[in-house]
Design a protein around this ligand. Sequence first.
Ligand SMILES: Cc1cc2nc3c(=O)[nH]c(=O)nc-3n(C[C@H](O)[C@H](O)[C@H](O)COP(=O)(O)OP(=O)(O)OC[C@H]3O[C@@H](n4cnc5c(N)ncnc54)[C@H](O)[C@@H]3O)c2cc1C
Length: 270
Amino acid sequence: MSCVLYPKTAEELANAINTLNREGIEHITLGACSNTLISDDGVDSVVISTQKLKGKELSGNYLYLLAGERMNSVCRFVCENSLSGIEGLCSIPGSIGGGLVMNCGAFGRELGDVVEYADILIDGKIERLDAKDLDFAYRHSKVKDLGVALGVCLRLAEGDKRAIAKDMKGYTIARSKSQPKGKSLGSVFKKAGDTSAGYYIDRAGLKGYKIGGAQISDMHANFILNAGGATSMDFVRLADYARQEVDKQFGIKLQYEVDSVPDIFSKEYI
Ligand SMILES: Cc1cc2nc3c(=O)[nH]c(=O)nc-3n(C[C@H](O)[C@H](O)[C@H](O)COP(=O)(O)OP(=O)(O)OC[C@H]3O[C@@H](n4cnc5c(N)ncnc54)[C@H](O)[C@@H]3O)c2cc1C
């Protein structure tokens, strides 16, 4: 039986997790689910969604956000308040909590660059950890290994509202010119060194390649689109095929950027 909980406050989230842990009930936490493939068989454990865990508190240049805040809403807010630092992240379709876990980034900036501290539920207790303790790296942090993120404080800089709005618009246009519009989970694989995974998948001749309803985008080879009726297994088979071809043709072992629930990606390269 599946069950989804939607806590509205950090306390509700902490209580839910502590109760589930006490009762020995398995659970997972999801944000906007923009980076997570859900198995065709569904999810057995209790899902805790942060979609209703919203709140923003501004103190000077420091902005505290609850984990369920969406990146686009946060970017609108910082622009209205003439704060700069996350312009490049404005059209990432995830939550702040998911972004913290993935250290989401775009156009040369990563969320971790502006994190001051995060509040994380670790073994039943809320702990406040500085950015330096969160091990931010390219599409990586240790937040999920530690526990569940409840909120995060961003350190922004004073800026000019019009310039910030112009930059955000520029980044949004640049994204719409380089990424397909259909249903996807964003980039499937991480960069290999300094080279995008899409470069190798394209060179392997796989743009437009289809398995079932899943298709490698013609526009951006690191995106797999739902071209109609795609199952999660179509996605996995297509991604694994692309990975195999890139390895065979270039000796490059691609690693997944997207996550899955439960874990249905093959881990042989990790
Ligand atoms: C069209 C498109 C474009 C994208 N472009 C970019 C891009 O430019 N740059 C980029 O970095 N990403 C991009 N992404 C991927 C994705 O949007 C980001 O990684 C985003 O930060 C994920 O947030 P989410 O809330 O959707 O995470 P989810 O998919 O909900 O979760 C991701 C992981 O974080 C965990 N998690 C979520 N919330 C919490 C929490 N509060 N505490 C602990 N663990 C948690 C989940 O269990 C899961 O393991 C794109 C995706 C799409 C669909």
